[in-house]
Design a protein around this ligand. Sequence first.
Ligand SMILES: [Zn+2]
Length: 175
Amino acid sequence: MNSVSHYCVNCGSALEPRVVEGRDLEACPSCSFILWHDPKVVTMVVVEDERGDVVVGRRSIEPGYGLWCLPGGYVNDDEHPADSATRECREEIGADVEVTGLLGVYHIRKRDAPSMVGIGYRARLRPGEVPIAGSEMLEVAAFPGSEVPELVFTSHRQAMRDWLAIWEQSRVETT
Ligand SMILES: [Zn+2]
């Protein structure tokens, strides 16, 4: 897969190629360590304000500088993904949110990095919260769901589509 030498995180031995459960991996000849290629876990959150508009931000960092995205980010090892989602909202759109549901789970393929498992949540601003841009955003704004600008990441567009499907369904049910 690559030509860089890897070493055991437990004992420091040079890893050797080994087929494990039918996969070409690297493993330690001295202890039980196997270098699994695990996906990273990320969240993305469709946050509704008190009018039902969707809060999005314009990125101040790469990738996607200047483009619109949902709040979200990497899940830490000791966090429930829903707690990670609310933490990312606090950091990126400066607001406390309440997670109200799961939108979907998305697989994000990467060519030169571990793939990602994206967990899309639906959330709403807690009463009185006013979004402000965190350090990773140039600005934040709220748009009616059908008018949200094109989002930079495929998984964010998928989560937005899944949110729109729920939103359109709820409109049908109330008319
Ligand atoms: Zn080892």
